[in-house]
Design a binder for this molecule. Sequence first.
Ligand code: SIN
Length: 254
Amino acid sequence: TFEQIRKIWLDHNIILFRGQDLSPEQQIAFSRHFGEIEMHTLSAYHMSGHPEIFINSNLLRDGKPVGAQKSGRAWHSDSQFLPLPSSATILHAREVPNEEGDTLYANMYAAFEALPEATKSRIAGLRGVYSRVKSWAINYPHREPLTEEQKAALPEATHPIVRTHPETGRKALYIGSVSELVRIVGLSEDEQSLAQELFEFATDCRFVYVHQWGVGDVIVWDNRCTMHKANPFDEERYIRLMHRTTICGDTPVP
Ligand code: SIN
């Protein structure tokens, strides 16, 4: 059964299972089919007793957040700021708002394939430099600033802007939002606007699926060919509680 699931996932970038009620143990066991589980760098939001599960939520318990708040609000591919970015992410919705709080997924194969040939030639071989230190300050002003020690543990990472998927052999655009991308190597200051142009092209609605969450949904996405972004919701009114696991990836290759 897993071979079939994996094939569908590789063919379609994301796979959705509705109406699941996975215990942490079940989510961990399911996730392990996709590879080795990686521990999120923010250990404060590991699930107690199950550090493989990272909690994204606005829920407070005894006045304290149980999970990371306002996570992933800018378009990104998970841990693109690391030398070995995550391959798969598995997100299990435990509690969701009645409206908004959707997650958007952009198909980066489709974006690459739709680029004009001249742009494909222009970007072949280009590499982007990514920084968690930069994106933290821009995307998470509501969180504690990173300490000098945390910053030192997060050096910049450089990856090809066009990435060949290690399993399908297909080429995908591999570019996040400019809040995380520091620069494109070898381009002048004036030419750096290419990053924003590619990003806007890739997130055009023709490449994007918008998922409205139901309780029990499990989505597995492939970060090697998909970008995603979580939309905001009314946090005073609703709780959104998501259990997330991520899988160790490999070095992106052009
Ligand atoms: C993320 O993992 O980037 C957040 C996705 C979401 O909560 O919808």
